[in-house]
Design a protein around this ligand. Structure first.
Ligand code: NAD
Ligand code: DAU
Length: 338
């Protein structure tokens, strides 16, 4: 296939791009705005592969999107757009929501218009957070949308735009909703890499509230493969949930990381809770399983691999820790950890 992967320099998008190039021989064009979370380094091992191209641009920029669609060359547009491009951190959406609305609503709309104009397939990468919080049981694709944060509300808006293009214009589009991803190359504002790097440095580990919030963890390559199944086999207008095999309270994740670092529990510091914090997420993935997908990596193995990756790849995160991230960290945690 010839794919335009939007947001392909980010955490999940770069794993998806690598799998498509290496395991499927796809021609891949990555279109990415390179926000603080987007990094060419995430793609450096596939940059030289035949058929791979990187374009620096935003999905809300029509010209950049048109360039991406045409970038495969030979006068033929790409076959499909896979949209990972997003602002992805819930905490930042609480203090600074504008970019979330711009990218998720305006940006997705530009992609949908382009997909329609060129007759392309569109896969929208979405999140379990659009369903809101669930105390017990699991969300299915038919659960109502009840997003809690500006992040999840704008992601849900993007999903509804996709739905409207399918309904109104018959666009060949599907949605893939993932649970909490973890693994190599995740920006260290997110729970697992933040705790790993802090533990490696002997810094305190800021757990929001009581730490008993539960997340449904999925290893990043498992989710990337689920997105691939949806791309290849998903039906137009259909939503596919892809949740991980393990649910765990945050505090248990943090304790596992403390153990892996050989540190002590005294590093753990309970700090004020996130505003509007969702208590639990849980996804049923029966529909994507029916397409032949299975998760392969359990939390214990995946967390150990992730810990080792961060230990061994200082070149990747050292430049992050000294830049914008420092200022963000100070704003987000400075007072609570003072
Ligand atoms: P990330 O923050 O690591 O990467 C996002 C990428 O999108 C970055 O490379 C960034 O530069 C790019 N980007 C942002 N705005 C853009 C714009 N306007 N135009 C072009 N590029 C833009 O995020 P991630 O964790 O890899 O998430 C990827 C997608 O998966 C998102 O849509 C997210 O909502 C979804 N998702 C993430 C998780 C998770 O746990 N990380 C779970 C479920 C779904
Ligand atoms: O569920 C899918 C979503 O998972 C994705 O759509 C989002 O893009 C992704 O960021 C993630 O959202 P969360 O808010 O669940 O992830 P985060 O890593 O920010 O937080 C995970 C849990 O850990 C959450 O309950 C908040 C808590 N937490 C997080 C941080 C950063 C802490 O207790 N302390 C922290 O410092």
């Amino acid at each position: 296939m010839r794919l335009l992967i939007c947001g392909g320099a980010g955490f999940i998008g770069s794993h998806f791009a690598r799998i498509r190039v290496r395991e499927h021989g796809d021609e891949v064009i990555v279109l990415d705005k390179l926000t603080y979370a987007g990094r060419r380094e995430n793609l450096r091992d596939i940059e030289g592969e035949p058929g791979f191209r990187f374009l620096h641009g935003a999905i809300e920029d029509r010209e950049a999107v048109e360039e991406g669609i045409a970038a495969g060359g030979a006068g033929r547009p790409v076959d499909a757009i896979v949209n990972f491009a997003a602002e992805t951190h819930v905490d930042r959406s609480i203090t600074d929501p504008d970019a979330f609305v711009r990218t998720h609503c305006l940006g997705t709309n530009v992609l949908l218009e382009a997909a329609l104009a060129h007759g392309l397939r569109h896969v929208q990468i979405s999140t379990d957070e659009v369903y809101g919080s669930i105390e017990s049981g699991t969300f299915t694709e038919d659960s109502p949308l009840a997003p809690s944060s500006p992040y999840s509300a704008s992601k849900a808006s993007a999903d509804l735009l996709v739905r409207s293009y399918v309904h109104t214009h018959g666009l060949n589009a599907s949605i893939c909703r993932g649970s909490n991803n973890y693994g190599p190359n995740q920006y260290p504002e997110k729970l697992i890499p933040l705790m790993i790097l802090n533990a490696l440095h002997g810094d305190r580990l800021p757990v929001y509230g009581d730490g008993l919030q539960v997340r449904n963890w999925i290893y990043v390559t498992d989710f990337a493969r689920a997105a691939g199944c949806v791309l290849e086999q998903g039906l137009p207008g259909e939503v596919y949930n892809a949740g991980g095999p393990d649910e765990e309270p945050n505090i248990e994740i943090v304790r596992r990381i403390v153990g892996q670092a050989g540190a002590g529990d005294e590093l753990i510091e309970h700090v004020p809770d996130r505003l509007g914090h969702d208590r639990r997420y849980s996804l049923s993935s029966e529909r994507v399983r029916a397409l032949g997908w299975e998760s392969r990596v359990r939390l214990e193995e995946g967390l150990a691999q992730t810990f080792s990756w961060y230990e061994e790849n200082r070149w990747w995160w050292e430049p992050i820790r000294s830049g914008e991230y420092r200022r963000y960290y100070e704003r987000q945690y400075g007072r609570a950890l003072a």
